[in-house]
Design a protein around this ligand. Structure first.
Ligand SMILES: Nc1ncnc2c1ncn2[C@@H]1O[C@H](COP(=O)(O)OP(=O)(O)OP(=O)(O)O)[C@@H](O)[C@H]1O
Ligand SMILES: [Mg+2]
Length: 217
């Protein structure tokens, strides 16, 4: 599903990612770990095509990322296939919770599958808070609403940057359970950057980055 070969990211003459080779298969649960500043977010953003590699190849479902980005229909399907939960994901306070979750369907002008929506909010345990104000949500609830937004187009891959970093232990464990279920039941491929050993101990591939160099565990 994702094949990365000899990938470098260079910013201002500094090599942020050095010669990475990565294979991610459908249904994998992958964690990207390593010290702060090692390059985890940079790698996730390249996988998401929010930022571009400097050299090397990145193939998504056997297609070069450049070919995907050069085709309106391919980029549309790529954006639909990949759910994003970034550290910059925020809820909009002047929309209600449902519209916050539906944003990707509105932006991409896609119809909502109501059965999928109902099962999603139930699975994420937010069905009982839908009437609440966005500003009144706890951090655990906010994070679950952001996850619902990331999943609303039923992506085949979910990319999440430190999804438990500002949660207390109980909410973090709850989030991890949800991600594990999603991976096991829906076979969603999950790629997360994390410092949380409760998460990376459950993943089937650990990519450790140190100073831009990758090792697999
Ligand atoms: N646009 C940019 N311009 C300059 N330097 C950058 C840019 N993006 C990333 N970097 C640098 O690249 C390195 C890796 O950053 P990155 O955000 O990928 O680290 P990280 O592993 O996600 O860290 P953290 O655990 O703190 O989130 C850092 O030294 C960062 O300052
Ligand atoms: Mg980061």
């Amino acid at each position: 599903m994702i094949k990365i070969r000899n990938l470098f990211k260079v910013i201002d003459d500094k090599e942020i990612l050095k010669n990475l080779n990565i294979n991610i298969n459908k249904g994998d649960f992958v964690s990207v770990v390593g010290p702060s500043g090692s390059g985890k977010t940079t790698l996730l953003n390249i996988i998401l095509s929010i930022s571009m590699k400097s050299s090397g190849t990145y193939r998504f479902n056997e297609e070069n990322i450049e070919d995907i980005l050069n085709s309106t229909s391919k980029i549309r399907s790529f954006r639909k296939s990949v759910g994003i939960m970034s550290t910059f994901s925020h809820l909009l306070p002047n929309l209600d919770i449902k519209d916050n979750i539906l944003l990707p369907t509105i932006i991409s002008d896609l119809n909502l599958n109501n059965d999928y929506y109902d099962s999603l909010i139930e699975k994420l345990k937010i069905d009982n808070i839908m009437k609440n104000e966005v500003s009144s949500l706890s951090s655990g609830e906010k994070q679950r609403v952001l996850l619902a937004r990331a999943l609303i187009l039923n992506p085949t891959v979910l990319v999440a940057d430190e999804p438990t970093s500002n949660l207390d232990k109980e909410n973090a464990l709850n989030m991890i359970d949800i991600l594990c279920n999603l991976n096991e039941q829906n076979k969603t491929t999950i790629i997360i950057a994390t410092h949380d050993d409760n998460i990376y101990n459950k993943t089937n591939l650990i990519l450790r980055i140190e100073d831009g160099n990758l090792s697999e565990e």
